[in-house]
Design a protein around this ligand. Structure first.
Ligand code: ADP
Ligand code: MG
Length: 729
């Protein structure tokens, strides 16, 4: 008898790389082929309409109905010229993925036929029948519906036959029901606050842009093997499976040669990503077997978020062409590294300055130090919230597991920057040097004024590391919408810069010279934010104790971590920065708790099913063969000899009996525990029960299953094993 497992493994071994047709043009020629970018706007729109639209995009000018109609017309002509027949409002609900509902361009033409039509009204606003998207009770299905509204700052694009229009998704009462709306508000807040602070150094700055460069990690698994693992199929991760005898200990996968079949997938993905205007740049093998990474050149944050959402769906699609499934889950396999999505973040001005980058002159370096220290203060003040912003049922498996950042937010600065900050802190007076009536900053250490911060100074255990000209927020999950982290971070920095500006202004008003006022506040902050700065080993037990002593948030329970969103300091921050109201925060937390509960609930059901109808029957089948053999030995040998020969079998029979009994008992107990938890009516309480009571049971049951996997006859085992999932490609 060959089981499904043997058939799919054989097929996976035989899979051939899927040919990719490489375009004859260069990437610079086909880049953004399917994007209605400025070049195409210019070509397809009347000059006055083009100018007005650019004003809308760059300066947030209002869009009048007439202009919208003309823009829609131009968009439609362009989209139809590349084969589009449909359009959709593309939005990012709180479920983590993206949502779309396609409509054809056709309308009655009044003569019994149809014509292609697309108006400004359809472009600008729609009312998706989206009553079943999570909204935390904000949107009562019977009264206020939600609508999606065009975000002109992210260009429309065509996927297959559909024109996709990036939109925000909000309730009629104004509350946001998605990730994009608060992100745009957070970006506006940080822009406004940072411009004000920039004016201390450069009065010409009119706009500050937040940049994001994400690094997407993922696994690839052969699709046949994937289909034979119901847990992967339904939950995105393996709920059982003993570690393979070899995994990542030889470190032979990281940066190794990319396997041919995978390389074909990557090429195909990159071509399609470039055509959609996503500037993908870097690809390599990651630490775990069958794990890889993809990173673009950084972009404006809102666009970068859209591009990450788009590429995740593109990856899922392209993988299938190559006989793979892509796993974006943070922890698909126990015992090997999980996947994250580092968020490289920085601020830059419209005058071309990267604010997290040291400059050449003393003024530039004071500006650099200003933004670094304010970022540290923001991260310090809101470290619990930042952790909440990256937390999820799936990311919880990765954080704090000695492979990814610990579940405590701290910041790594590196030796040089630490030294600079210490110097500023310790030398209150030797900075100011009056040259011709002008205050100049003298930082009496060799690195300054030509400050070169070395970004090779790395600490992989730090969740928020300074890397030369940016901060790298490393705790974000691979599956997450980066917007969640970016909303929290940009809002926190906006609030902090606002406070800073206020404090400096007060000192200046009291007669302190500007540079001296700036340094005074910076020095105070350097002292105050010390608890967040940590350059040591984030995995160590000592750090956990030390972090607690420093007052950093050390909570590890996901549902409890979400409370941070409702902490008075968070509500105040989001409200004063105009990003979210308390009502929105409460509603969104309801969604988070509900999602958490559902994810654990699904995992518990899947594990229960698999345990009872895959694992236990196979184990009992094997056991009955062992019993058979014991009986048969009796027919041949005398009692004593028989006992001796059967000793091994009898031990296995007993082991199977006890493990199966444990599994059965605990699956039943897990079902009972779910029943009890499900009766809880308060969403937070229910999520806490799922975390405290049900999630640990999954681990206990798994342990027994994994032990059975080691002793049961390999020929009977139905589920593809780790060695197959991780090493066949
Ligand atoms: P590493 O693995 O060494 O961190 P990668 O090349 O994998 O580096 O990714 C680095 C990411 O950081 C890229 O997306 C890159 O575009 C981005 N990045 C570089 N400089 C900045 C910056 N100033 N602001 C934001 N992102 C940046
Ligand atoms: Mg990288």
């Amino acid at each position: 008898m060959t089981t499904l497992r043997f058939r799919v493994v054989e097929k996976a071994f035989q899979a051939k790389p899927h040919e990719v047709s490489i375009p004859s043009e260069r990437p610079s020629d086909y880049f953004a082929k399917y994007v209605f970018n400025r070049e195409k706007m210019f070509k397809y729109l009347p000059a006055t309409v083009y100018a007005r639209l650019i004003d809308v995009i760059d300066n947030g000018a209002p869009l009048d109905r007439h202009t919208a109609d003309l823009v829609a017309e131009g968009m439609k002509r362009w989209a139809m010229s590349i084969g589009a027949t449909h359009y959709t409002h593309w939005f990012q609900p709180l479920t983590e993925g993206t949502a779309e509902k396609h409509d054809a361009f056709i309308e009655h033409n009044g003569k019994g036929g149809v014509m292609e039509e697309f108006t400004g009204r359809l472009l600008v606003q729609q009312e998706p029948d989206a009553s079943s998207f999570p909204n935390g009770g904000i949107r009562n299905t019977f009264e206020a519906r939600g609508y999606s509204a065009w975000d002109p700052s992210s260009p429309v694009f065509v996927v297959d036959d559909t024109l996709c229009i990036p939109t925000v998704f909000i309730a009629y009462t104004g509350e946001s029901l998605d990730y994009k709306a608060p992100l745009l508000k957070a970006l506006r807040a940080v822009d406004k606050a940072a411009v004000e602070v920039c004016h201390f150094f450069d009065p010409d700055v009119k706009k500050v842009v937040a940049y994001l460069g994400w690094e997407q990690e993922y696994f690839l698994v052969d699709e046949g093997l994937y289909a034979a693992r119901p847990d992967l199929l339904l939950t995105g991760r393996t709920l059982m499976g003993h570690e393979a005898s070899k995994n990542q200990q030889l470190e032979d996968h990281y940066f190794g040669a990319i396997p041919t079949r995978v390389a074909c997938f990557m090429k195909d993905l990159e071509i399609q990503a470039l055509e959609l205007g996503i500037p993908v740049k870097t690809r390599h093998n990651e630490v775990a077997p069958n794990q890889f990474e993809l990173a673009p050149i950084y972009e404006e944050c809102n666009l970068a978020v859209d591009h990450n959402m788009l590429i995740m769906s593109l990856m899922r699609k392209v993988a299938r062409t190559h006989g793979f499934r892509v796993l974006l889950h943070e922890k698909p396999f126990k015992g090997v590294n999980g996947s994250g999505k580092h968020n490289n973040w920085s601020l830059g001005t419209d005058t071309g300055t990267l604010l997290m980058s040291p400059g050449k002159s003393p003024e530039e370096n004071l500006r650099f130090i200003t933004f670094i220290v304010n970022t540290l203060m923001a991260v310090y003040r809101h470290n619990g919230l930042l952790k909440a912003s990256i937390m999820s049922a799936t990311n919880a498996h990765r954080l704090g597991a000695n492979e990814a950042p610990p579940a405590i937010i701290s910041s790594f600065l590196g030796e040089q920057l630490t030294h600079v900050l210490e110097h500023i802190e310790e030398n209150p007076d030797d900075y100011l040097l009056s040259v011709g009536g002008k205050h100049e900053l003298k930082l009496g250490i060799p690195q300054i004024p030509e400050l070169m911060i070395d970004n090779t100074d790395r600490n992989r255990t730090s969740p928020f590391a300074f890397t030369g000209n940016r901060f790298e927020f490393r705790a974000v999950g691979s599956e997450a919408n980066c917007a969640s982290a970016m909303i929290a971070l940009n809002t926190a920095v906006a609030e902090q810069l606002t406070v800073f500006k206020h404090e400096v202004d007060e000192l200046i008003a009291a007669g302190k010279p500007k540079v001296s006022a700036l340094l005074h506040v910076i020095r105070k902050y350097i002292k105050e934010c010390k608890p967040i700065c940590f350059d040591g080993n984030g995995y160590s037990e000592e750090w956990k104790a030390e972090a607690a002593r420093r007052g950093l948030d050390c909570e590890t329970s996901v549902p409890v971590i979400f409370d941070q969103y409702l902490a008075p300091s968070s509500i105040r921050m989001f409200e004063t920065m105009g990003v979210m109201t308390q009502k929105e925060l409460e509603a969104r937390n309801e969604v988070k708790w509900e999602m958490y509960t559902k994810k654990i609930q699904i995992e518990a059901r899947v594990l229960g099913d698999l345990a009872m109808n895959h694992i236990v029957p196979v184990a009992l089948d094997y056991q009955s063969r062992l019993i058979d053999s014991v009986y048969k030995l009796r027919g041949i040998y005398p009692e004593d000899k028989c006992r001796e020969l059967s000793a091994q079998n009898l031990a296995l029979i007993e082991e199977i009996t006890s493990r199966v009994a444990y599994i059965k008992e605990h699956v039943d107990a897990m079902i009972e525990a779910r029943k009890v938890a499900n009766r809880l009516t308060e969403v937070r309480e229910k999520a806490v029960a799922y975390h405290d009571i049900i999630a640990p049971k999954l681990e206990d049951i798994r342990y027994q299953i994994d032990k059975l996997e080691l002793i049961v006859d390999d020929r009977l085992w139905t589920l593809p094993k780790y060695r197959e999932l991780l090493f066949v490609r």
